[in-house]
Design a binder for this molecule. Sequence first.
Ligand code: AKG
Length: 265
Amino acid sequence: MPTFKPTAEQIAQYHEDGYLMVEDLFDAQEMELLLNIGRGDRVKSKLVDNPKDTSGRESKLWLTNDIDTPTIYNAICRSHRVAASMDDLMGAEMYLYHYKMMVKEPRVGGAWEWHQDYGYWYNNEALYPDMASCYIAVDRAYKGNGCLQVLKGSHKLGRIEHGTYGTQTGADPQRVALASKHMELVYCEMTPGTALFFHGNLLHRSDPNESEDPRWSLICCYNAKHNPVRATPGHSEYRKLDHWDDSQVREVGQTHWNELQAVIA
Ligand SMILES: O=C(O)CCC(=O)C(=O)O
């Protein structure tokens, strides 16, 4: 069972780059469980939204702030390797703001415009940008299926003005073009189980899925305890987040999967 605690060097790198990629934060069995549960989850499938990109291509996502149900999602969001690492990287007590499953189906899944997550969350009256996410690759993510792209170090720019482009909220394109002249564009290619911790002000985007491979990912989003925010549907004010042992991903996940199979049968 993988465990993880960021070193002082990794924390410094996170502050410098605005992100930290950790390979194999979850093992193949944990990701297989997550994918099976994600595909068979009738409760979550009722929450699915289909946002369109500027060219009309649809992605699928569900989003929730449920922290109480003993699901594999909560076992991951509460796990020491994610939640305690988030505290270490952000230097603050972080709580789960929400989490979401992002699905880009083969040949169908759409693009995401350049944005900062704080560009969205600012509108929920989050006072500080002391917010961050952990993107977990459930499927392999690579250029062809629209992996995440980031502008390295862009979290240091502060919040950029956001507007509506197509049906999505995006960062001011002129400002992004300016930043792109000075900052390295990194394609975050990831194997299943690899995770990307990234700051709420890091500029990121992704291309549509042009491949035959699906691209599922779970994104766990956290806010600092000291950062007031207005609760909105699916997004929470401060609630203490107890961390669970890393072994719970497998244990809670297996029970979750058994329950789902019983419902499906
Ligand atoms: O899944 C993606 O490609 C992008 C998701 C994203 O940017 C977000 O949820 O903030």
